[in-house]
Design a binder for this molecule. Structure first.
Ligand code: KG4
Ligand code: ZN
Length: 339
């Protein structure tokens, strides 16, 4: 079934988000997107799960209402609901899934539970509708780092993943070592812009395979911070050197994946792909080998639009869930093969 008006909901972490996607001559098109970031976690330097689910519960109604209003549609116009069912914080996921199920069941609408990470892979298609696999996708978020061979939509092969910290997590931890605010990625990027790559940090696992490891790099930054005699003077260079090492490993492996698959398209997705520096570095490194697709930052951080787009794909392929859809911190990724 191809949706006409689809309502999407995302509450897997600390963003309460709703979006409306509409059918524009068979092209799923973003009509409205509301993303409410929960500022409360800034005080704690990280996401506090109980506070996140409570904030979702307080705000979800208003966020969905606003998304509908901005798209000029009512709930009656909506024929399908797509909601993030995992992975993520269970209490937070439950808010979105219960809300979405209630709306769908009360109005006889279709419901599809979406894997959050599949949403990140689909995000650029909202801005580049012509984007089609085969492609290599590098997913870099606060919780995951994955290199994927996407032979076609719905058919994914996991080529590599992190063995310890996720890329975004490493940015957040390094930000905290450098006494920057949470979330740390954008802060590190800003500070790094004023610094020089002079610390020669290690590039763990750069020369082999497709898996990643960031904890050794993070520890190297920790030792350098401890050894610094004047942290105020060194901070920008530490940020630049860390960022350089992390991006070097990420892009080297992405290029290796292109070579192995023979593909000529790359998607960068997830919060770390909001980095302008990474995008510039990637287009420079891949200018002769691949076309680069990176969604704009509002579609790369957690948002309901990408969930709606992935849900649309599954509904159009004839899949749907029942009203007994359940949230799961380990919700499966349909079509993902782990090799
Ligand atoms: O995908 P996302 O919004 O949430 C998860 O699903 O985890 O990713 C959030 C992560 C955070 O770790 C944040 O520090 C990182 O993305 N991030 C960045 C930048 N903007 C956000 N990392 C590096 N540079 C950035 N400009
Ligand atoms: Zn995410």
């Amino acid at each position: 079934m191809i949706p006409e008006n689809l309502l999407a909901i995302e509450t897997s972490c600390d963003e309460t988000s709703a979006a409306v996607l509409v059918n524009d001559n068979e092209v799923p098109t973003l009509s409205s997107l509301v993303v409410l970031s929960q500022d409360v976690h800034k005080i704690f330097g990280g996401v506090v799960p109980e506070l996140a689910s409570r904030a979702h519960l307080t705000m979800i109604d208003a966020v969905v209402d606003q998304a509908l209003q901005e798209s000029g549609r009512t709930l009656d116009d909506v024929d399908s609901v797509a909601v993030t069912a995992g992975p993520g914080l269970l209490g937070s996921l439950l808010v979105g899934v219960c809300y979405g199920k209630a709306l769908a069941a009360a109005g006889g609408k279709k419901i599809i539970g979406v894997n959050h990470l599949e949403g990140h892979v689909f995000a650029p298609t909202l801005e580049y509708p012509e984007l089609e696999p085969p492609l290599v996708a590098l997913l870099i978020s606060g919780g995951h780092t994955m290199l994927l061979d996407v032979a076609e939509w719905g058919n994914y092969r996991l080529m590599g993943r992190t063995r310890d910290d996720a890329a975004g997590e490493a940015f957040d931890k390094v930000a905290s070592l450098l006494e920057l605010d949470y979330p740390g990625g954008p802060e590190v990027e800003k500070l790094a812009a004023t610094g020089k790559d002079r610390f020669a940090f290690p590039r763990p696992m750069k020369d082999n395979g497709f898996d990643f490891s960031f904890s050794g790099l993070k520890t190297a930054v920790l030792y350098a911070v401890r050894a610094s005699e004047n942290l105020a003077d060194d901070r920008a260079d530490l940020a630049a050197s860390f960022q350089e090492a992390a991006f070097d490993v990420l892009l080297t492996k992405t290029k290796r994946a292109l070579k192995e698959t023979g593909y000529s398209k790359v998607v960068l997705g997830g919060g770390v792909a909001c980095s302008r520096t990474l995008k510039d570095r990637a287009s420079e490194t891949m200018k002769d080998t691949a076309e680069l697709y990176v969604a704009s930052p509002r579609l790369n951080t957690d948002n309901a639009a990408m969930i709606g787009r992935a849900g649309w794909f599954h509904l159009a392929a004839g899949r749907e869930h029942g009203y007994d859809l359940d949230a799961s911190a380990r919700f499966p990724w349909p079509g993902l093969a782990d090799t």
